[in-house]
Structure formats: structure tokens, C-alpha cells
Design a protein around this ligand. Structure first.
Ligand code: ATP
Ligand code: MG
Length: 412
């Protein structure tokens, strides 16, 4: 891709309301643009990363046997009456009325819709287990939208739902999802910690959250210094220095960003919304459900928060918008142009995603923007091009080397 044709509106200054580093950088690097409080446009560079995260999720969920569907954002009140959540959900639910005075909401989550999708189909235990997911825009009128994509009022989520005959089978799938989540976040460059949490608005019996440890996190995690016990403070009520409820060790606290959440719903929705199957003993029973969320836009934000300095982003390999940034110092110089264009073609032919800074800008401007955008590898084509040499920078290691141009692809 040629940078002159890509829309990357980089900024010298971050917007005034950007408090945390990731929010500042995502605005300055031209990844997102705010439309209103908690509502953002994803610009081409940011949207490339979103699509990479989505595809990692798709790969890992397909592996465990969960298949993708797409449900509507617009949801009729009737279904929310069936589950009893129309009254319970409160002002976070975005409600609206159509021209015939029928009431709807913009989905903050999709338990009602998924139950409506499967209930007529699910008649026998033979159709179970079943695990479905979607990647969709969610709406929540959050009291305090902030930190950019961290807490939006419109945001992208992956939500999955599983259906089972027994609690034991749900337990097995809950573990499968938990393992897939750890892999997904690791591939996005994030180490996560699983902590017990409250079931909250969604309801059910048991829940765990996937936390990225970070000073800018809105959650407080309590964890034991001696064993693997960890819980959200909202759930455990423990304080720093308390005794661990499992082993008696010492409890510590730390801040975390919740990037994912998994719930054992049990029969809360299948009972109220009448999703039943005939079990092996010939009895009609409500299906046992699980639900599993990942905040995709929040994951992007957490990844930038973890992988950046004040000068710019340092993308983890798998979600970088491009792998290589080619920067000719003077693209009007015939030799530099020739070396650049040849390398550009070779990278494309090798299947390596490359961004070529062909803009008519000074080298200093190009370098500043390249620092902000933070692609994993940078190749600078300057005076040495006449000797067939270029400067090669591995952004993560911060190492600069001068290489024969023929060795660039091997080094990537
Ligand atoms: P929180 O406690 O942060 O409000 P939640 O418990 O309401 O999160 P879930 O309903 O479980 O979140 O949603 C699944 C995932 O969606 C969360 O783990 C989080 O990553 C993401 N998410 C939730 N609310 C938002 C939001 N307002 N903006 C961006 N992502 C969000
Ligand atoms: Mg919430």
C-alpha cells in the first residue's frame, strides 16, 4: 500500500480529553477519530488492526467448534420482556421507537436474540452441544464513556453462546472457551490473568474475567502471593494485606483492564424464554447455557497501552496494520526510487504486508509519523542505495543495521 493513497491523518497534538497514552497515540497515529462521547470512527489503519484481531478470534473459535453467525443490533422489546430484562437493564439500554410506535433497543448483548434463534431448532439432546458466535457492534449508554475505545457507547464485541444438556458439558465447554481466550489474547500480544467475577446484568451462576494488568485499568484485582487465587475486588471484597481465602497467603491488589468475560448462565434464559430439549431420559428440560464475550475495540486499546512509548506504538507482530514500513529519504532521486520500488514489489510478492511512504514530505516528517504508526520493521532507503545498501530497523529491539538490500526479506 502506498502511504500517499492511504488515509492516515496523523496529529502533532492529542485531543485535550485524551488522558491515557493509548488514547493519545490512537488519535495521533490516525487510527480512530471521535464522533461524539464514546463514539468513534475507525480509520483505515485502525480498522486493519480491528480486522486482524477479529480474524485471530475467528481462527481460534473455529478450532474449538464454534461457528459464526450475525444477529441484528436492533432488538424488539417483546424479547426483552420475555427474559424480564426490559425493566431491569436500566438507562444503559439504548431504547427507541419505530414509526408504528413499536419499541426496540440497540443490543448491549444478545442473550435474548440467540435464544430466539435456536429455541425452535433445539428439540432433542441429540442437537447438543451447540456453540455460536458473532462479531457485532454493541450499544451501551455508559454513564462515563472514557479512555477512547476502552469504554465506548458504541463498540465492537465478539459474543458467543453455548447450549448443553448438562452442567458437566457446560463446564467442559467453559474450559475450552477459556483456553481459546488465553491463546487469542496472547496472539494479540497480551498476557492475561483469569479472575473470578460477579455475574452482573447478564446473570447466571459463575463468571470469570480476562484481565490485562495495567495502571490505567478501571478494575481492581485481588490476587494471592502464594497460590493461583485471583478475583475482581467487586467480587471478593478483599483488601491489600488480607489473608487468601484459599491458602491463607497474603493478598495483593493491582489494576486491570477487562478484555474478556465468560459466564455460566445455567438455565436463566432458557427457562424464561422457553428453550427446552428432550433429554436422554425422555424428560423435557431447559437447555444449560454459557456466554462468552471479548471486547474487540477494547483489546485494540489495551494492546496499544501495553505496546507503546510516548513517541509511538510498537505493534505486536500478529496485529500490526502492516509488517514493514519502507521509507525512501528522497523518492525523487532515481537510484533511491529504483531500489525502493524493487524492494516494494519483492515484499508484495513474498506476501509481506508493506507500507511505502511515497509522500512528498521531508525525511523528518516521515520518521516522526513512522515512529507514531510503529510498524514492526522499518527500511530506510537513503544515500547508501547507490551501493545497494539500506538501513534496517527492528522496532521491538530498537536495533539499526545497514544491510545489503538483498538481505532485507530474510531479516523479516
Ligand atoms: P465492564 O465491567 O468493563 O463494564 P462488562 O462486564 O459490562 O464490562 P460484558 O458485558 O461482559 O462487559 O462485555 C464483554 C466484553 O465487552 C468486556 O469484557 C469488555 O471487554 C467489553 N466491553 C464491555 N463494555 C464495553 C464498553 N463500554 N466499551 C468497550 N468495550 C466494552
Ligand atoms: Mg459494563
Amino acid at each position: 500500500m502506498k502511504q500517499s493513497l492511504l488515509f492516515v491523518p496523523t496529529l502533532k497534538e492529542a485531543p485535550k480529553d485524551a488522558e491515557v497514552r493509548s488514547h493519545k497515540l490512537m488519535s495521533r497515529a490516525g487510527l480512530v477519530k471521535q464522533v461524539a462521547a464514546g463514539i468513534y470512527s475507525y480509520l483505515p489503519l485502525g480498522y486493519r488492526v480491528i480486522k486482524k484481531i477479529e480474524n485471530i478470534i475467528r481462527e481460534e473459535l473455529d478450532k474449538i467448534g464454534s461457528s459464526e453467525l450475525l444477529m441484528p443490533a436492533l432488538q424488539p422489546r417483546d424479547l426483552w420482556e420475555e427474559s424480564g430484562r426490559w425493566d431491569k437493564y436500566g438507562p444503559e439500554l439504548m431504547r427507541l421507537t419505530d414509526r408504528k410506535d413499536r419499541e426496540f433497543c440497540l443490543g448491549p448483548t444478545h442473550e435474548e436474540i440467540i435464544t430466539q434463534v435456536v429455541r425452535d431448532y433445539l428439540n432433542s439432546y441429540k442437537k447438543l452441544p451447540l456453540a455460536l458466535y458473532q462479531i457485532q457492534t454493541k450499544f451501551r449508554d455508559e454513564m462515563r464513556p472514557r479512555f477512547g475505545l476502552m469504554r465506548g457507547r458504541e463498540f465492537i464485541m465478539k459474543d458467543a453462546y453455548s447450549f448443553h444438556e448438562t452442567e458437566a458439558e457446560l463446564d467442559e465447554w467453559y474450559k475450552k472457551f477459556a483456553q481459546a481466550y488465553t491463546t487469542i489474547f496472547a496472539r494479540c500480544g497480551l498476557a492475561t490473568r483469569i479472575v473470578s467475577s460477579d455475574v452482573g446484568q447478564i446473570g447466571g451462576n459463575e463468571a470469570d474475567e480476562f484481565m490485562v494488568m495495567s495502571e490505567v485499568g478501571e478494575d481492581t484485582i485481588t490476587y494471592c502471593m502464594s497460590c493461583s487465587y485471583a478475583a475482581n475486588q467487586e467480587h471478593s471484597g478483599l483488601e491489600e494485606g488480607d489473608k487468601c481465602p484459599v491458602c491463607g497467603g497474603t493478598i495483593k491488589t493491582a489494576k486491570g483492564i477487562e478484555v474478556g468475560n465468560i459466564f455460566k448462565l445455567g438455565t436463566k434464559y432458557s427457562e424464561s424464554m422457553n428453550a427446552k430439549v428432550i433429554n436422554k431420559d425422555g424428560q423435557q428440560v431447559p437447555v444449560v447455557m454459557g456466554c462468552y464475550g471479548i471486547g474487540i475495540s477494547r483489546t485494540l486499546m489495551a494492546s496499544v497501552e501495553q505496546h507503546s512509548s510516548d513517541d509511538g506504538i510498537v505493534w505486536p507482530d500478529e496485529i500490526a496494520p502492516f509488517k514493514v514500513h519502507l521509507i525512501p529519504i528522497n523518492y525523487d532521486n532515481d537510484v533511491q526510487k529504483e531500489v525502493t520500488d524493487t524492494l516494494y514489489q519483492e515484499l508484495i510478492e513474498s506476501g509481506i504486508e508493506v507500507l511505502l511512504d511515497d509522500r512528498k514530505e521531508r525525511a523528518g516528517v516521515k520518521f516522526k509519523d513512522a515512529d507514531l504508526i510503529g510498524l514492526p520493521f522499518r527500511v530506510i532507503i537513503g544515500k547508501d542505495a547507490s551501493d545497494g545498501k539500506v538501513e534496517f530497523v527492528d522496532r521491538k529491539q530498537g536495533e539499526k543495521t545497514v544491510l545489503p538490500v538483498a538481505e532485507v526479506i530474510n531479516n523479516i
